[in-house]
Design a protein around this ligand. Structure first.
Ligand code: NDP
Ligand SMILES: N[C@@H](C=O)C(=O)O
Length: 268
C-alpha cells in the first residue's frame, strides 16, 4: 500500500497508537500532520518522519477539549494548501470512576475530545475527500464500544459505541464517493493510556495474552480500511471476546463484562 504524496491528519500523535499510525503512514509515503497537546513530542516525531521517510510532516499542537481546535487546525492546513486525504481520529483517554464522582466540566471535556472533535474533523475533511474521489477515515474506537457498559469510566464505552455506529453510517454514505471508513476496536494495547488514567497497577495483573503492541493494531487497521472493512477488531483474543459478546444472551454478556471489568476499571 502506498500513500505517496497524500496528506494524513493524525490526532493523538504524540504517543501510543497515534504515534504508531504516524510512523506507518510516513513509511507508506504519506505526508503527516500531527495533532496532540505536547508540542515537543510532535516536533520530534515530525523530524523523525522527514528524516526516515523523506515525507513532509507538521506538528500542530492543540487541545481537542477546546471546541475551536478542529477549525483552527484545518484553517492552518488550508493556508498551506494542504487538504487531508487520510484522517486518523485517535486522540483519547479514559476518565476513571463512577459518573457522579466527576464534575460536569470533566465529562463535557471528555465528550468534546472523544466524540465531538471526531465528528467535527470528519465534517471538515469529508467534502474535500468526496470531491477528489479519495479518502480514508480511521476512527480509533475500542472493544469497549462493542460490549455492554459496565461500572466506572462511564462515558468511555458509550463514546466508543458512538464511533462504531457513526463509522458504519459514514461508510454506507461514502463508499461510492471513494471514501473508505473504518472503526478500529482494539482491546488492551501497550501505550501510555493506562498510565495517564492511573490503571496501570490494575491492568498489569491481567494476563499478557490480552495485550497487543500498537504496531500490529495499526498495521491491521490500515489493511482493514483498504479492504473496506468497516468495523475491525485486531488480534485473536479481542476477536474472540467480540464474538462471545454477540453469541451470549445480552444479560449474560452484561454480567460477564461487569465481573471482568471490575478487575481493571477504577471505581473511586
Ligand atoms: N491503550 C489501550 O488499551 C486502548 C486504547 N484505545 C484508544 O486508542 C486511542 C489512543 O490511545 P493510546 O494510544 O492507547 O493512549 P496514549 O495515552 O498513549 O495516547 C493518547 C493520545 O491522545 C492525545 N490526547 C489526549 N487528550 C488530548 C487532548 N485533550 N487534546 C489533544 N490530544 C489529546 C495524547 O496527546 P497529548 O497528551 O500530548 O495531548 C496522546 O497523543 C484512544 O482513543 C483510546 O481510547 C482503544 C482501545 C484500547
Ligand atoms: N481497553 C482499554 C481501552 O479501551 C481500557 O478500557 O482500559
Amino acid at each position: 500500500m502506498t500513500y505517496r504524496g497524500r496528506w494524513a491528519l493524525v490526532t493523538g500523535a504524540s504517543a501510543g497508537i497515534g504515534a504508531a499510525f504516524a510512523r506507518r503512514l510516513g513509511a507508506a509515503g504519506a505526508n503527516v500532520a500531527l495533532v496532540a497537546r505536547r508540542r515537543e513530542r510532535l516536533e520530534t516525531l515530525a523530524g523523525e518522519l522527514r528524516r526516515d521517510h523523506g515525507v513532509d510532516a507538521r506538528a500542530l499542537p492543540a487541545d481537542l477539549a477546546d471546541p475551536a481546535a478542529p477549525d483552527a487546525i484545518l484553517d492552518a492546513l488550508s493556508r498551506e494548501r494542504i487538504a487531508p486525504d487520510i484522517l486518523v481520529n485517535n486522540a483519547g483517554y479514559g476518565l476513571p470512576g463512577y459518573y457522579h464522582a466527576s464534575p460536569w466540566r470533566a465529562h463535557r471535556e471528555f465528550l468534546q475530545v472523544m466524540v465531538t472533535s471526531y465528528a467535527h474533523f470528519v465534517r471538515l475533511v469529508l467534502p474535500g475527500m468526496r470531491e477528489r474521489g479519495f479518502g480514508r477515515i480511521v476512527q480509533v474506537a475500542s472493544l469497549a464500544g462493542l460490549v455492554p457498559g459496565s461500572a466506572g469510566h462511564t462515558l468511555y464505552g458509550a463514546s466508543k459505541a458512538f464511533l462504531v455506529s457513526f463509522s458504519q453510517s459514514l461508510a454506507a454514505e461514502n463508499e461510492e464517493a471513494g471514501v473508505k471508513v473504518t472503526a478500529v476496536c482494539p482491546g488492551f494495547t501497550y501505550s501510555e493510556f493506562h498510565d495517564v488514567n492511573a490503571t496501570r497497577p490494575l491492568v498489569s495483573k491481567l494476563p499478557k495474552y490480552m495485550f497487543m503492541e500498537a504496531g500490529p493494531v495499526v498495521d491491521g487497521a490500515l489493511a482493514a480500511v483498504e479492504r473496506g472493512h468497516v468495523v475491525y477488531v485486531p488480534g485473536l483474543w479481542n476477536k474472540y471476546v467480540a464474538w462471545l459478546m454477540k453469541a451470549l444472551p445480552r444479560t449474560w454478556a452484561a454480567k460477564a463484562v461487569r465481573r471482568q471489568s471490575a478487575k481493571f476499571r477504577r471505581s473511586e
